[in-house]
Ligand binder design. Structure first.
Ligand SMILES: Cc1cc2nc3c(=O)[nH]c(=O)nc-3n(C[C@H](O)[C@H](O)[C@H](O)COP(=O)(O)O)c2cc1C
Length: 452
């Protein structure tokens, strides 16, 4: 591990040089054509190999319905030219919402989602040509340990007690609760299909409930202990959703390959050294998901709520209370690409959306294209970059490059906004809207949390 540094590259050669200095196996290529390739996902086709990663805006109504802010965000994403829009965390039960403005798709607001999808698809065609129809995947979630369905206080529903993460108010969900939860995924997936989504993601990353279940080594009963038991909920839910939605609807999973958390509480980590990746179970998990009918994957890692968020999103500047990582951000990026490569290899023909590209700013496409060309992933996924520079993919298609001045600077202000319980977006490049929010919510959080 090397010293943390802020992004300071002027040319692609500078990035190459740093990669060599750090002995990283990063790949680069200037031919960006792999990003422009249409990509088959299940029985559908994405018009190119760029994806918007799921990014919670915390800006739905209290009932989970889309607001003007939600519409603005997805219209910008859709117009931006990506071939796949991975919609943000959408809770399948009210108690599993990460905040009181988390998205929820229900029988009572389905018409609003249906109308919104029509408008975002129209925006995509309007900006990128009438044949451009991105795939829309909705991320279904239960926030588990990070549930905060109302007000400022958490209402954690956990898979097991974790001495490192517990605060004392955690409730361990029962087997009966999990048994019935599968049906809620099924019902939301059916609604998602009916309103026009192309698929759903059974989210199992970032230590939310399903992600935590993967590491429920210490849990008693049928959802804990053995690999078979820890993957039971995910397996039964994938099967039940497939049964309900038929063969042509995409079932995806965004899952944690590596928790960066010690045994017996972390998934994908060596038993002696939590920073060492152990691919055995993640590989078996990918194969299990593919065998059970998953046709799109995206890997992630880490716990964005804990002290190592660089495992999920490499950054220049950390949010409040987060120590500066003891590694170079390029090492954090390389770790994510290594995970994606492993997942893509295990997944065979099933496409995998890669992540961890935003930190590389205008140089991300050269790494994304090389990763696709060398079989390391099928899509380059952009998270924070999509907040900052939603038109980046369109610029790549029409101009062949991303403008450095428009790129995400990985300042963590979007994360800070979310942590301060505000609606989130890019404070730097969408500042007219989000800078006042940043100031307001930050000032309130400083008082509420007695920050010094
Ligand atoms: C403000 C914010 C909201 C996010 N919301 C989600 C989410 O709803 N679902 C999810 O799987 N990941 C979420 N992420 C993680 C991103 O999808 C992505 O994995 C991460 O930012 C790394 O990609 P990047 O380097 O391109 O930003 C969020 C990240 C941020 C900063």
């Amino acid at each position: 591990m090397s010293q943390h540094e802020k992004f300071n590259f002027k040319t692609l050669d500078d990035v190459r040089e740093k990669s060599e200095q750090l002995h990283l196996d990063l790949k680069f290529q200037e031919d960006l054509s792999p990003l422009m390739q249409p990509r088959k996902v299940g029985s559908k086709v994405a018009p190119n190999s760029m994806a918007v990663l799921p990014m919670e805006g915390c800006d739905s109504t209290e009932g989970g319905s889309p607001t003007e802010l939600v519409e603005r965000r997805y219209t910008r994403f859709a117009s931006g030219g990506s071939g796949l829009l991975w919609w943000e965390a959408c809770a399948v039960v009210p108690e599993g919402r990460a905040n009181e403005h988390a998205m929820m798709l229900t029988a009572s607001n389905r018409s609003q989602f249906e109308a919104l999808l029509k408008r975002t698809n129209a925006a995509a065609a309007n900006a990128n040509g009438s044949n451009h129809r991105p795939l829309n995947i909705l991320q279904l979630t239960h926030s588990g340990r990070y549930s905060r369905p109302e007000g400022h206080l958490g209402r954690p529903l956990v898979a097991f007690h974790d001495p490192i993460l517990d605060h004392g108010n955690e409730i361990v969900v029962t087997d009966a609760y999990l048994d019935s939860l599968t049906e809620r995924y099924v019902q939301t997936a059916i609604l998602a299909k009916e309103v026009g989504f192309d698929g759903v993601d059974i989210k199992s990353c970032h230590r939310y409930l399903l992600s935590e279940l993967l590491s429920a080594f210490t849990r008693e009963g049928k959802y804990g202990g053995s690999f078979e038991n820890r993957t039971r909920f995910l397996r039964q839910t994938i099967r039940a959703v497939r049964e309900a939605v038929g063969p042509d609807f995409i079932i995806a999973s965004r899952f944690n390959v590596f928790d960066a958390h010690p045994y017996p509480y972390g998934f994908g980590c060596d038993k002696e050294d939590m920073w060492k990746f152990d691919p055995a179970e993640p590989e078996a998990l990918v194969k299990m998901m593919v065998e059970n009918g998953v046709n799109l994957l995206s890997n992630s890692g880490g716990n964005p709520y804990y002290i190592y968020p660089q495992v999920t999103r490499p950054f220049d500047k950390s949010s409040y209370g987060i120590p500066t990582p003891e590694e170079h951000p390029l090492e954090s990026c390389a770790r994510l690409y290594q995970f994606t490569r492993m997942v893509q290899k295990a997944a065979g023909d099933v496409p995998v959306v890669g992540n961890g590209y935003s930190w590389l700013r205008q140089f991300a496409p050269y790494v994304g294209a090389a990763n696709i060309a060398s079989g390391g992933c099928s899509f380059m996924g952009l998270g924070r970059s999509s907040f900052a520079y939603p038109d980046g993919p369109r610029d790549l298609i029409t101009k062949g490059y991303m403008e450095p001045g428009k790129c995400c600077i990985s300042c963590s202000m979007c994360t800070q906004l979310m942590r301060d319980h505000g609606e989130t977006g890019c404070v730097v490049h969408d500042s007219k809207l989000y800078l006042p929010k940043y100031k307001k919510y930050n000032a309130e959080a400083v008082i509420r949390e007695h920050r010094v």
